[in-house]
Design a binder for this molecule. Structure first.
Ligand code: UDP
Length: 402
């Protein structure tokens, strides 16, 4: 596991020293993060780098995964969708099951930490399962700017009990809440397997291993199979692109236990893209493999992120870091990362023609693609590396527990 020293060369002595300095008052404190999956999706991705670094710097930091049942994850996925604006049939039974799974988990998860950090809505009710003896922080990773009202009323009952809410964007929690709010940006780990430098030899080896030919430029979206990531829309866009440029589309989306809709959406995409799949012009991948993600982000001519909602969009950050140009929806956290026309293109999420047009532009103009890629990396370097996220957490913990 990398220690803080592994980042010195990337972020510089001064930044590393400032981290050690910030951590001094927190030495020996005991912190716990709780979320609902150890793999699949951005939260697990960040925690797997952040938690070891917090320990390395001297804060005893644990990470627990809420043990959900399939019906629990069905409900929490519906909640997730409704928090991003869809309808939900909020029955008494759903509310009870949501609370019950949290209650059960609390029986064997003992909390005597100095601070508890809860990620996303699945473990949100845990706060009512313990005598509250320390600050509790709710880190909301999704776009909460327009939540379903009934659901929000229900969840507010838990949220009110927290000491602080963290979100990725100021606009996400606009409703009145008597709880301190802070904005904290997600981040990527530059030395992880997913983001580290790879040799051309490794890239070629992995493309071969996963059966991805390199005779045509690759256009790739890396995202869970989820309606909000609009894989259907990406195929519509690709159909327009290939009328002008011969290219290949890769949709890479691993499955996650807390997202039970994945296979359903995958099946829909498969039937929609049947002909293209048979000709090999569209490739679907469902295996979880960090090197493959790294390889795809480095070897694609264009990375697409056609989300309809997006809390932040770590896949965009990862591609920018690798100097690969990105065409993405102008929503959620994506405009925090891309300045349209400078280090990528931003397009209205429903503008199929606009997406196709920008992808074609980049496929036809490699020097523009290269220039945009170069600028993309600079933005990530400055704002979205894991060391900066560590600094943000140190500041938050300092304000809550010292
Ligand atoms: N991811 C992955 N394999 C896949 C699809 C996604 O490892 O097949 C990772 C991706 O690299 C990123 C995270 O899952 O680190 C997705 O984070 P993002 O913020 O883009 O979206 P979320 O899934 O959290 O909505």
């Amino acid at each position: 596991m990398p220690t803080l020293e592994a980042y010195r060369e990337i972020v510089g002595d001064e930044f590393i020293t400032s981290l050690y300095r910030k951590a001094r008052r927190l030495y020996g404190k005991h912190i716990i993060h709780i979320n609902s999956t150890s793999q699949g999706g951005g939260v697990a991705e960040m925690l797997s780098s952040l938690v070891p670094l917090m320990n390395d710097i001297g804060i005893a930091t644990g990470w627990r995964i809420l043990h959900g049942t399939p019906d629990f994850f069905d409900i929490t996925k519906k909640f997730h969708n409704a928090l991003q604006g869809s309808k939900v049939n909020l029955t008494k039974m759903k509310k009870e099951l949501y609370r019950q799974v949290n209650r059960n988990f609390s029986i064997y998860t003992h909390i005597d930490h100095d601070c508890v950090i809860i990620h996303d809505p699945q473990p949100l009710p845990l706060i009512e399962c313990y005598p509250k003896r320390q600050p509790w922080v709710w880190r909301a990773h999704i776009d909460l700017s327009d939540p379903n009202e009934k659901l929000w009323e229900f969840l507010k009952g838990f949220i009110f009990r927290y000491d602080m809410i963290l979100s990725s964007n100021e606009r996400y929690i606009s409703q009145y809440l008597p709880v301190e709010r802070r904005v904290i940006y997600p981040a990527i780990d530059p030395v992880s397997v997913k983001n580290k430098e790879l040799s051309e030899k490794d890239i070629t080896k992995y493309l071969g291993k996963f059966g991805i030919p390199t005779d045509k430029p690759l256009v790739t979206q890396i995202s869970r199979f989820d309606v909000w990531k609009d894989p259907d829309g990406v195929i519509r866009v690709f159909n327009l692109v290939r009328k002008k440029v011969d290219a290949r589309l890769v949709l890479c989306g691993s499955m996650s236990v807390d997202d039970p809709e994945g296979w359903e959406i995958y099946e829909k995409v498969t039937s929609k893209a049947k002909g293209l799949l048979e000709s090999g012009d569209v490739i679907l991948i469902t295996s979880e493999n960090n090197i493959l993600v790294n390889v795809l982000q480095r070897s694609s001519a264009v990375i697409v992120q056609k989300s309809l909602r997006e809390g932040f969009g770590l896949t965009v950050t990862e591609a920018l870091w690798k100097e690969t140009p990105v065409v993405a929806s102008n929503i959620g956290g994506i405009p925090l990362q891309i300045r349209d026309g400078e280090n990528g293109f931003l397009v209205d999420p429903l503008d199929t023609d606009g997406f196709a047009d920008r992808i074609i532009t980049l496929l036809k103009d490699p020097s523009l693609a290269k220039e945009m890629g170069r600028k993309g990396k600079k933005i990530v370097e400055k704002h979205f590396l894991i060391t900066r996220l560590l600094a943000d957490y140190l500041a938050i913990l300092d304000s809550l527990i010292t």
